[in-house]
Design a protein around this ligand. Structure first.
Ligand SMILES: Cc1ncc(C[n+]2csc(CCOP(=O)(O)OP(=O)(O)O)c2C)c(N)n1
Ligand SMILES: [Mg+2]
Length: 602
């Protein structure tokens, strides 16, 4: 069995990993019938067949907490204790990025939810499913304890997150709670996917059950929805693609399904399209394929031969189609085919829907279902062609000590090993590491909320356990420092993972913005570091990792020391540990990155 087959086989069973399952076993209680409202909620959670619930505890859901431990025996779902609610939701986010399915989280009252909001926003913008459970109350004021129950009870708590969740609810009976859990999970998992929030009254959880609910078959209440495109529209799109001189495929949001990946390759090959991907989202096309162009940052009509002639753009749920048409510049007059369901969840609060793109034909359908239909309609090798040569990764040793050195050292140390990059820093260049499988890279945080990298990586590593894939998270120092406590959860639950920290001792991205301001205003550029650099003292990130129970390496201060440190760190991960390698790269970005960030309009 290949590693990816092993991963998908385990994903199908939805069982907890055996090593994780051995952590925190409760004394059995013998409870076998739901006695309290929260037991009914726990039963409903079990019926979802989800292995884990990531949580940070709180009294508002002490009823549910007890039910998961003492009624369910802390299994299916098993609790994953998190030291911050942002980590709990980020872990579920990372888990969804690998499995495509929602995991459950629980966060305490209004305060836990407020901590969780950043990660929920990230999951929302990333269109990833997460079921967030919360609690409030007692809603009945007569039942509240003095002081604390009052400050932790809010009217319409869901309003805190309504603008970046697909749905929320506050059910007021055990039957309604069961229904809300099924409906919420169904909505979260239905494309376009996203987080949902279900808020339970403390009193409802703690009340005795007066009568048993009739048993139901949960699958009947969560029927899978497959949104294909009408055959006529597929035919029209196929004709436009066949008639085009040069097609550009913007390979956007996609599942981790290897079959869907193969279909995208087959489509590109059939019409000799050039293909662009985006590091914001998971790998969607082999980056060593001859038809692959690169990421949008590096693309201008002048820089890439062949794009001048693009007369049809096929967007497969590209995150920012209007932006691509504007900045990509190559194809202002090209016809645009959009395949996306995203317009179905566009709301009025945040502008994550991006600019309004010009579209000549829209297929409001799941691209994973549309692409194979297009391949069938077009036929194999419709256009025989001379393919351009595959992009090469530069072998030239870069100057100084930069993120590119990290990429080079990883390439050297990992060779042909099967790796999943669970996170890459904003300044990463997509030519540095080759992706050949949808699980080679799972994309970024979605909402640009710094601090998501560690938690997302832990959730992804959890989902990858037993797959044979090595999870590697490359995080900036700012990102790591904001989300570092997720490392403790990985160590505690025996989730092996390698963190490589691109530690430039700065929120460097923002130094570039200060540079831009200084230049525009004719002020001293040399002041750009003030209020940005994390130096004097420098934070010891390896020690931060060690403080969570990980093995810390570094600081690594010169390129020659990097590969040996990575070798040791990988050996530790192979032995089941979490390793953190602090790499003291120089502040600074690649020329392409700097140009993309500082060009007009950015
Ligand atoms: C929650 C949050 N706070 C602040 C920002 C603004 N911001 C964008 S990138 C960045 C720097 C991140 O630092 P690091 O992870 O070290 O990466 P670097 O820019 O140094 O490569 C900051 C602060 C943000 N995007 N999200
Ligand atoms: Mg930094």
């Amino acid at each position: 069995m290949t590693p990816s087959q092993a991963a998908s086989a385990r994903a199908k069973t939805n069982d907890a990993d055996p090593a994780v399952a051995g952590v925190e076993r409760p004394t059995p209680t013998g409870a076998n019938a739901p006695g309290f409202g929260s037991d009914v909620i726990a039963d409903a959670l079990r019926s979802l067949d989800i292995p884990y619930i990531a949580l940070t505890p709180g009294a508002s859901y002490r009823g549910l907490h007890d039910s998961i431990v003492n009624y369910l025996g802390n299994t299916k779902p098993q609790m994953l204790l998190c030291l911050h609610e942002e980590a709990a939701v980020a872990i579920a986010h990372g888990y969804a990025k690998v499995t495509g399915k929602a995991m459950v989280t629980a966060v305490h009252s209004n305060v836990g939810l407020m901590h969780a909001t950043m990660a929920m926003f990230n999951a929302w913008c990333d269109r990833m499913p997460v079921v967030v459970l919360g609690a409030t109350g007692p809603v009945d004021a007569a039942k509240r304890r003095p002081w604390i129950d009052w400050i932790h009870t809010s009217r319409d708590q869901g309003a805190l997150v309504r603008d970046y969740t697909k749905w929320d609810d506050q059910p007021s009976s055990p039957g309604a709670a069961r229904e809300a859990i099924m409906r919420g999970t169904w909505i979260a998992n239905t494309a376009p996917q996203g987080p949902v929030y279900i808020n339970f009254d403390a009193e409802l959880q703690e009340e005795k059950v007066s009568e048993q609910l009739p048993p139901i078959d949960p699958a009947r209440y969560m029927p899978p929805i497959a949104t294909a495109a009408p055959a006529e529209l597929v035919r029209q799109a196929a004709n436009m693609l066949k008639d085009a001189k040069q097609v550009l495929i913007l390979a956007g949001r996609a599942s981790r399904d290897p079959e869907a990946w193969k279909a995208r390759v087959a489509l590109a090959e059939a019409i000799n399209a050039r293909v662009v991907t985006d590091l914001k989202i998971g790998a969607s096309f082999p980056t060593d394929h001859p038809l692959y162009v690169g990421s949008p940052r590096a693309i201008t009509p002048e820089s890439v031969e062949g794009l001048k002639n693009v007369d049809v753009v096929l967007s497969l749920d590209w995150v920012d189609l209007a932006g691509a048409m504007r900045y990509g510049g190559p194809m202002p007059s090209a016809k645009v085919i959009q395949v996306s369901l995203d317009q179905r969840i566009h709301g009025g609060w945040n502008m994550d829907y991006q600019g309004l793109p010009p579209v000549d034909l829209i297929l409001s359908a799941d691209p994973d279902l549309v692409v194979p239909e297009l391949v069938k309609e077009i036929g194999k090798s419709f256009k025989p062609h001379a393919v351009p040569g595959a992009r090469k990764t530069s072998d030239k040793e870069p100057a100084g000590f930069t993120n590119e050195h990290i990429a080079r050292a990883l390439r050297k140390v990992l060779g042909e090993r099967v790796v999943t990059y669970t996170h890459l820093p904003l300044s990463w260049d997509d030519s540095w590491i080759t992706f050949r499988h949808p699980l080679d890279y799972i994309g970024s945080d979605g909402g640009g909320g710094v601090g998501g990298g560690p938690g997302i990586s832990v959730g992804a590593a959890l989902a990858l356990k037993g797959s044979g894939r090595l999870p590697v998270a490359i995080c900036g120092d700012g990102d790591f420092l904001m989300g570092v406590t997720a490392v403790w959860t990985a160590v505690h639950y025996k989730i092996p993972l390698l963190f490589v920290l691109a530690n430039n001792r700065s929120f460097y991205n923002d130094e570039l913005h200060q540079e831009r301001m200084a230049r525009a205003r004719n002020r001293p550029v040399e002041n750009k570091w003030i209020g940005q650099r994390m130096s004097d003292p420098e934070v010891d990130l390896a020690a931060m990792g060690r403080a969570q129970g990980a093995i810390g390496f570094g600081p690594i201060t010169k390129p020659a020391d990097l590969a040996p440190a990575l070798e040791k760190a990988i050996a530790a991960v192979d032995a089941g540990q979490v390793a953190v390698v602090d790499v003291r790269v120089e502040p600074g970005y690649t020329a392409v990155m700097t140009a993309a960030m500082t060009r007009a309009g950015s």
